[in-house]
Design a protein around this ligand. Structure first.
Ligand code: MCN
Ligand code: CUM
Length: 798
């Protein structure tokens, strides 16, 4: 799949001024966004459109005795009130989750988490729908709830899923990976072992735009069009068709502009199904749009892993083994959004950037009376948790051995010549140069200076302590290959379709869907690079299943690794055809036609003046095509990647911890990333900034909390704190380039790296500030009161 000239090298080619690889082209999509011309789901208004409001349970665990909808129906403007019974008549009372569980669309018998969907009111406008919803009377018999995975697995815990025949307790599955015996042996023989328990708290992706849809059944065509906040329009079309029984060619999903997804828009939610059912029954368009608290309280959460980590090492800090055990809270349904064959996502990459002999991980998942979900939130399918575990543990080990945390990493890194590298848990890393990234970060951060300053402050018994945290993470992104990765059975390939017009400009259609990542620009850059066109002459389309090639969507930072590869391959197919047209035009043999990446022109070997541009060739393809060729200039590629890509980086965080208040200030925040060959450095920089901000949110403030009754006490923006510009320090970014050997343009994904890599760097920094007093761990989110408690425990408080 490699190009004859080795593919683009941004260091060498630097875009050739046409907006190809390596150029910081300004985002094409921003013109409409910054002039208020974006078109989001909630902007869509259709003639005769009705509005849907969902009645939700105030209780976390309750049996429903009766639902009285009569008073709601009396409200002027209410058109229908739907309950599970109404949906059952259309066989839509339940829906499959992405993990093959069955979730009530509207509660049939028993509520299993607070704010679960109980009934739906359809009305002429949203306010009337809300009035109607208030008048739906539900008779609940409140049951004891179970909120934590630990409690859920107690022998006397109330059974949550009593509707399932084979479910006698709240246990969902056990999963393990690695060689237990070999790992135990390594631990027994080790000079040193360390262990630490840590919680990766429940988070929510909280995109600015909540989830919603406009469903529109056309009885004239027997076709439904759904404008949907979707990260995966095609996969959602297939699932919609399967759930509704409407044939797939009669289902059109349109994902218009999306106001952030971050994983939240991968699953299918009951509101979508209700709105679709209402549109079919009432034969009118129906809009359903969540409010903020509905979004946080009911849609796909992230993390909620209770983890124990253990390392076995030699006295000089050579890590021999990694062991981990996890208790996972999956909520009331197993609705995790991840490749089906990975019960714990890609958590089993927990050996990270280190060459370890043996590793073993085990995990138990439980149902609780909390919202279902898991995986979402810029996580690369739980690599967030894996990276947190290993990067925290390396710091714990460094403290135990009184070694410098940079030095201990250096001693254990997988070396550049070891790639492709097979890890102890079976991952096949494509390429990496971890030490180079770490060295660069250390230099940028002026590491030695801060170590010195840290010592000085301790000696002077200063009010503010310095802490330095490092994270040298390895990511895994770009699912497929199709043989090992699927979503609900659909293999995770992706696609691109390029059509060059007679006047030399082109439309690229892809199977992935941007939610803010800038695909309309960066995917055009790939075509510009590979066809010698100007980036301005390429339009990127996506998100409409009626016109775009089938793809699996944007999540797991897979767009560049998979659809980006498809785009490059499709462009090269176009180039091959262009060559043959050029041969005809220039009256030369096809083998003698050369393409010059620099000029973007096709010329006869040895005669550079006999040349054609892609625009001239496009004209020929339509206006003067050779008899031996089909007319037109287009190509399609469906790309099943041979392997995933493994981006990496080293982050260094310097904090100042106030001994009086527990407040943490960021002194420095250095992030060196390596995502292989870079398409658009400015877009990458934006991805890094956003992801680091979310990493700070994770480490410092975000947490979906529940009280003992299962009330979600962290379910709105008063209680679920997101970082704002005020909390965000100045980020200093750097990069190294280690191309992926198997990707057609040598690129790896980058979208999730900063959120995956940064939380452990931040926690390591705060722990580091107190390490001299014996602190080995501080739980996230590291709010001032929690930090102060840890200071007090170490005797450092003021
Ligand atoms: N890029 C590049 N060169 C590379 C790699 C990537 O120029 N070597 C560019 C890409 O062309 C793309 C962007 O960086 O424009 C991100 O690419 P990639 O890493 O392939 O990730 P995806 O496009 O698949 O985006 C998904 C990823 C995920 S899974 C989450 S979650 C997340 C994230 O992107 N959600 C986001 N970043 C987000 N950014 C915004 N604004 N909104 C979201 O919802
Ligand atoms: Cu894990 S959140 Mo992103 O993969 O859409």
């Amino acid at each position: 799949q490699h190009d004859e000239d080795g593919g683009p090298d941004p260091e060498k080619h630097c875009g050739h001024g046409r907006g190809g690889m390596g150029e910081g082209v300004k985002r094409k999509e921003d013109k409409r966004f910054i002039t208020g011309r974006g078109n989001y789901v909630d902007d869509i208004k259709k003639p005769g459109m009705l509005h849907c409001e969902i009645v939700r349970s105030p209780h976390a665990h309750a049996r429903i005795n009766e639902i009285d909808t009569s008073r709601a129906m009396e409200v002027d403007g209410v058109v229908a009130v739907l309950t599970a019974e109404d949906l059952a008549a259309h066989e839509l009372a339940t829906m499959p989750t992405l993990m093959d569980d069955t979730q009530d669309v509207l509660v049939n018998d028993k509520v299993k988490f607070q704010s679960q969907e109980v009934a739906a009111v359809i009305a002429e406008d949203r306010y009337v729908a809300k009035d109607g919803a208030e008048k739906v009377a539900v008779d609940y018999e409140v049951l004891d709830p179970v909120v934590t995975a630990e409690d859920a697995l107690e022998a006397d815990a109330p059974l949550i899923r009593d509707e399932l025949d084979d479910q006698e307790d709240n246990h969902i599955f056990d999963w393990d990976v690695g060689d237990k015996e070999a790992t135990d042996k390594v631990f027994e023989a080790a000079d040193v072992t360390v262990s630490e328990q840590m919680e990766y708290q429940r988070l929510h992706p909280a995109p600015i735009e909540t989830c919603g849809c406009v469903t529109d059944w056309d009885p004239g065509k027997d076709k439904i069009t759904v404008h949907l906040t979707s990260q995966a329009p095609h996969a959602h079309r297939t699932l919609f068709s399967q759930v509704s029984g409407i044939p797939e060619h009669k289902v059109r999903i349109v994902s218009p502009d999306i106001g952030g997804g971050f994983g939240n828009k991968v699953p299918i939610y009951p509101g979508y199904v209700v709105a679709a059912a209402a549109s079919v029954v009432l034969e009118r368009p129906v809009k359903w749009m969540e409010e903020r608290s509905e979004n946080i309280q009911t849609t796909g959460f992230a993390r909620d892993y209770d983890m124990t980590g253990e390392l076995a090492a030699t006295e000089d800090g050579i890590i021999k083994g990694v062991r981990t055990d996890v208790l996972a809270n999956h909520g009331a349904y197993n609705a995790v959004a991840q490749p089906s064959k990975f019960p714990a996502g890609f958590f089993n990459i927990f050996t990270g950037s280190y060459d370890v002999e043996a590793a073993y991980g085990s995990l138990t998942a439980a149902f609780t009376n909390t919202a279902p979900g898991g995986v979402a939130y810029r996580c690369s399918f739980r690599v967030t948790e894996a990276v947190y575990l290993i990067e925290r543990m390396v710091k714990v080990l460094a403290q135990e051995l009184d070694m410098d945390p940079a030095e201990i990493r250096r001693r254990n890194f997988i070396q550049p010549e070891q790639f492709p590298y097979e890890s102890a848990t079976g991952w096949n890393y494509d390429s990496g140069d971890y030490e180079k990234a770490l060295d660069k970060a250390l230099e940028m951060a002026d590491y030695d200076h801060y170590r010195e300053e840290q010592r000085r402050r301790i000696e002077n018994d200063a009010d503010k302590l310095i802490g330095i945290g490092i994270s040298s993470f390895t990511e895994v992104v770009g699912a497929g290959p199709g043989k090992s990765c699927d979503i609900a059975g659909i293999e995770m390939f992706d696609s691109a379709d390029i059509r060059v017009n007679p006047t030399g400009n082109a439309v690229l259609r892809v199977g992935v869907q941007t939610q803010g990542q800038g695909h309309e620009t960066t995917f055009a850059q790939i075509v510009a690079e590979e066809l010698g066109m100007d980036v301005e002459n390429i339009t990127v389309e996506h998100g409409d299943t009626d016109t775009d090639p089938y793809g699996l969507g944007t999540y797991g930072s897979r767009s560049t690794p998979v659809a980006g590869a498809a785009t490059a391959v499709a462009a090269r197919k176009v180039r091959d055809k262009a060559k043959s047209i050029a041969a005809n035009e220039l009256e030369a043999a096809e083998e003698d036609i050369e393409w010059d990446r620099g000029s973007g022109e096709f010329h006869v070997a040895g005669a550079p003046d006999r040349s054609l541009t892609i625009t001239e060739i496009a004209a020929s393809a339509y206006m003067n095509h050779p008899g031996s060729e089909e007319p037109g200039l287009e190509a399609v590629n469906y790309y099943d990647p041979p392997e995933m890509t493994y981006p990496f980086g080293s982050y260094i965080v310097v904090v100042e911890v106030d001994r009086e208040t527990g407040e943490v200030d960021f002194e420095r925040f250095v992030a060196v990333d390596d995502c292989g060959n870079r398409i658009n450095p400015m877009v990458i920089e934006g991805q890094i900034h956003g992801g680091l901000a979310q990493g700070i949110g994770t480490a410092m403030m975000e947490h979906v909390t529940y009280d003992e009754n299962g009330n979600c006490t962290g379910g709105d923006f008063m209680n679920y704190l997101l970082p704002t510009a005020n909390e965000i320090p100045n980020f200093e970014t750097g990069y190294t380039v280690t191309p992926s050997p198997h990707h057609p343009i040598g690129a790896k994904g980058v979208g999730e790296s900063p959120t995956v890599g940064s939380p452990p760097a931040i926690v390591n920094a705060v722990v580091d500030a107190m390490a001299h007093a014996g602190t080995t761990h501080v739980e996230m989110p590291m709010t001032p009161d929690r930090v102060w408690e840890n200071l007090a425990e170490a005797g450092l408080e003021r």
